[in-house]
Every structure is written in C-alpha cells, then in structure tokens.
Ligand binder design. Structure first.
Ligand code: AMP
Ligand code: MG
Length: 309
C-alpha cells in the first residue's frame, strides 16, 4: 500500500480534507497530528476500522482507545450520565490534553473500550484534528500512531518510520506542541483517580476544580489497562543518572547517547533518534525540572522497563 502524505497548515485544504474524510468514512486509518502526539485515527462507530487500529499497531486487545471529539454534542452521543465535576474539568481544560473516563453509551462499539463499561474521551485542540472530527461528524478513536511498545511519534517522520506502506494516509502537521500524551482521569466511586500523568499537571487540575486526585490503587482490578504494558521504549537500554554524575557515568568514546536537555517536547524524538543512529545505550541526566515533572518521570521509568500494575 502506498501511504498518501497530506499537509496541514495548520488545517487541510478542502481537497485534502475530502481525501481524509472519505478514507475515514470508508473505514480506513489516517494518522493525524494532535497537540500531544500523532494519533492513528479511525471512525469510532465502525468496529472493523477500530479492529484495524489494533492489528496495525500490534496493540493488545485489552488496551482501550481514547475517543476524540470536537463538540460537547458528540460527548452526549458516547457518554452516559457524566459526573458534574468531570463536566467541569471538560469545561475548564477542553480543548486540550486531558482525557476523562465516562460511562460508555451502549451504542458505542465495545471494541473501542476493550469491552470495558467505560469510555475515555478527550477534545483535542489541534486545528486539523478538530477540522477532521467536525467534518466526519463522528468521534475518532485514536491511540498514538506508533507500533505498540515503541516511543510515541511527535512528527510525521516518526509515524512513517513505523507505518510507511502500512496505512493509506498521514497528515503532516509539523512537530507536536506538547510531545507527551494526555493526562487521564477516571473515577472510583466518588473519587477522582489520576490514571496517567500527562501534559496537564496534577496540581493544575486539583487547584482549578478543587478536588484531590488519588493514585490508582495498587491492588484490585486494573483501572487503566494501558498502564500495565511496557510503553515508550526505545531499543537502546536507558540509564538515568544525576546531572552532577554525568562525567563519571558515561563513556567518552561516543558509544553512549547522552541526553542533557530533556523536556517533554523532545523526549520521544530523542529516544527514536538514538535508535535510528544505532546506539545501544542512552544516558539521561536528571535535573530538578525533570524530577518535578510527574509525567516525564513516569515515561522515563516506563522506558526503563519499570511497569506497575
Ligand atoms: P494511548 O491512546 O496509546 O495514549 O493510550 C490510552 C490510555 O488511556 C491507555 O493507558 C489506556 O489504558 C487508557 N484508557 C483508555 N480507555 C480507558 C478506559 N475506558 N478506562 C481506563 N483507562 C482507559
Ligand atoms: Mg500509546
């Protein structure tokens, strides 16, 4: 299959929009830019298209997808009895990198949620993602557009590295603004749970909504199946060191990829770059700003192979 490349500046021309919309309505996959990472999108209401996402990514069937919407009317089509405080979070942080877990409407194909009774939803802010969702007038299911287990893609070139020839089209919207996935919040009884730290800080949500976010319980059923997989991993082995120990901790002969200027925006592109250049080891120097980012520390620990739950 030849992968068509479309360009968004920051939205698609009407001709390219028509191409992308007809592929999606025809049950095909299109890789799209979002403000977090690139997504591999399919029409939420076509189970056969959703199945293609799982097959193409090699994604475990028990790892549910996020529904991307462009209006609150679309939320009503897929979520049942939304909790008022979840709606308040939506009002405050959408469009943007916050994913909220709602009760799933029965009309939503269960495969989207890996047969959970819930559905993860977010309204992206990227103009092209919004243009597409609005045009097909249906939510798009879209996990990150990488082969399962590989670092998430933050540019069109990253997506093509994994999927050139395997998907019908990709929309190039340039580099992603955040470069790290959305924050995911779910509920246990009446409590709000931070299921995945991400682009929006825990403190911003707590302060704005006046709630306390609890961590997922370590025992009992897994609330967010995705978190049990080793994600975000490059082929190279990763070692985290303190910035102060950098000299003594890495070889000086150039055999180690040393990363000193790490931020959420460049984490995944560095991990992919190290693989592309054939390094077998990556040394990441931790400084205070990295240590203070819950999302970055979470991705680094998982890239090192530490998996909880
Ligand atoms: P990705 O789309 O690859 O960024 O991953 C989506 C994340 O959202 C994974 O960690 C999933 O486990 C999580 N997720 C999606 N749907 C649900 C749901 N219904 N309940 C809990 N977590 C979910
Ligand atoms: Mg992913």
């Amino acid at each position: 299959m030849k992968t068509i490349r479309l360009r968004a500046h920051p939205t698609l021309s009407s001709r390219d929009l028509e191409t992308a919309v007809s592929l999606l309505l025809g049950g095909q996959l299109v890789a799209i830019p979002t403000e977090t990472v690139y997504g591999l999108a399919a029409d939420l209401f076509q189970p056969a298209a959703i199945q293609k996402i799982f097959t193409t990514k090699g994604r475990p069937a028990d790892n549910p997808l996020i529904a991307h919407i462009s209006s609150m009317r679309q939320l009503e089509r897929i979520a049942e009895r939304p909790h008022p405080l979840l709606l308040k979070m939506a009002e405050r942080f959408w469009p943007g990198p916050l994913t909220l877990i709602f009760e799933r409407k029965e009309t939503v194909p269960p495969i989207v949620s890996a047969h959970l009774p819930t559905i993860a939803v977010r309204m992206p802010s990227h103009p092209c993602a919004r243009q597409l969702i609005h045009s097909i007038d249906s939510p798009l299911a879209a996990p990150s557009a990488n082969l399962s287990g590989r670092p998430s893609p933050t540019s069109a070139a990253d997506v093509l590295e994994d999927f050139d020839g395997a998907i019908p089209a990709i929309i190039d919207g340039g580099p992603c603004a955040f470069g790290i996935e959305s924050t995911v919040i779910g509920m246990i009884d009446d409590q709000f749970v931070l299921l995945r730290p991400g682009a929006i800080d825990r403190a911003a949500i707590e302060n704005e909504i006046k709630i306390t976010l609890i961590d997922p319980p370590r025992r009992g059923p897994i609330l967010s199946p995705g978190m049990k997989y080793r994600h975000y991993a490059p082929k190279a082995k990763i070692r985290l060191v303190d910035s102060a120990d950098r000299e003594s901790s890495s070889a000086t002969d150039g055999s180690v990829y040393v990363l000193e200027d790490l931020g959420a925006q460049n984490l995944y592109s560095h991990l992919r770059n190290a693989d592309r250049l054939g390094y077998s080891e990556i040394v990441i120097c931790l400084n205070d700003s990295i240590r203070q980012s819950e999302a970055l520390m979470n991705r680094l620990q998982r890239a090192c192979g530490e998996v909880h739950g």
